[in-house]
Design a binder for this molecule. Structure first.
Ligand code: SF4
Length: 114
């Protein structure tokens, strides 16, 4: 049995995942916790939030995120790629900067107008 805290929402339910019983999850207050508990042990994923360089904006960097969670082991590689990207102002929230980053099906999107 593995104990963990669900990070899908601020409630933070205490989950128990029974690895020997097909990753059966208990302690979750909603179905999303069941999905999270199993996935966290089988193939953990994270949404990446960061910033990229912007030219001509009111700040030097603009916030971005992946539109879906990507495999946890690709997060650092993703951050390295974002460090080399530069974009020109103006940009709109939701603008896709990079499609299918690292073959994950996730896109990098701008999260504010600038
Ligand atoms: S199980 Fe559901 S209610 Fe509990 S923390 Fe996860 S998402 Fe929130």
């Amino acid at each position: 049995m593995v104990n963990m805290i669900c990070i899908v929402c601020p409630i933070g339910c205490h989950l128990q995942v029974d690895v020997k019983n097909n990753y059966a999850v208990t302690g979750n207050a909603c179905p999303r916790g069941e999905v999270y508990g199993k996935e966290e042990l089988v193939s953990p994923k994270r949404v990446v939030t960061s910033t990229i360089k912007i030219i001509g904006g009111i700040y030097n960097r603009v916030p971005v995120k992946t539109n879906i969670a990507i495999p946890k082991e690709k997060v650092f590689e993703c951050m390295k790629l974002l460090n080399d990207i530069e974009i020109k102002s103006p940009v709109k929230m939701g603008h896709i900067v990079l499609k299918n980053i690292l073959g994950t099906d996730a896109d990098i999107v701008i999260t504010r107008d600038m």
